[in-house]
Write a protein of this length. Structure first.
Length: 209
């Protein structure tokens, strides 16, 4: 997992890894993170956040934030996702996270996407399974997003955000039908857009009556 970083570290350079979490949900933000690991303080067990238990992610998040040279997180909210699409939102979030790092870096390792940045970058397919830095960013982003969705569940009760984190589960779709669309739903996503049309039709019908 450190093979991608080692050549830079051997030259005394710092490298950042960046990744996103939350492209698939119907609600909530895309969360992106950038992490600059410290070659003097390696962290064991870094891997794709989706393959780790919640408890393991939490433990690793603490280690990353304690040992890394820099950690940055950026949120891209639903209205912006709707305006520019979720892929562009992921790019924009990664770029924001990178721009907020507090240490100079010579290279960026990116999970799959190509970013519009002035720093040289390497795009790695399944990067969170190949690069410790990208995996660390994946973990930080996942933990941050999960905590955020649990907080939003208190603001918007009944949808089950604390359980499904906004992903299109059966329970989430049933809650959408029962409660309607919340302010944190992504209206450009098909299951939400379809319900927007239904709500609009009902409103028009009511006014006509």
């Amino acid at each position: 997992m450190y093979d991608c970083e080692t050549p830079f570290w051997e030259r005394g350079e710092l490298v950042a890894g960046t990744d996103e979490v939350g492209r698939g949900p119907l609600a909530g933000p895309v969360v992106c993170a950038a992490v600059v690991l410290d070659p003097a303080q390696p962290i064991k067990g870094l891997f794709d956040s989706k393959a780790l238990s919640a408890a393991r992610r939490e433990a690793l998040d603490t280690m990353i934030r304690t040992r890394a040279k820099a950690v940055s997180v950026a949120f891209v909210e639903p209205d912006e996702i709707d305006a520019i699409n979720v892929l562009q939102a992921s790019r924009r979030g990664m770029e924001r996270a990178l721009s907020s790092l507090c240490v100079p870096i010579s290279h960026v390792l990116v999970d799959a996407l190509t970013l519009t940045i002035d720093i040289p970058q390497t795009n790695l397919i399944k990067g969170d399974q190949r690069s410790a830095s990208i995996a660390a960013a994946s973990i930080v982003a996942k933990v941050a997003r999960d905590r955020h969705m649990i907080a939003l569940a208190e603001r918007y009760p009944g949808y089950g955000f604390e359980r499904h984190k906004g992903y299109p589960t059966k329970a989430h779709l049933e809650a959408l039908d029962a409660l309607g669309i919340s302010p944190i739903h992504r209206r450009s996503f098909a299951p939400v857009a379809a319900r927007c049309q239904t709500e609009l039709s009902l409103e028009v019908g009511t006014h006509e009556d």
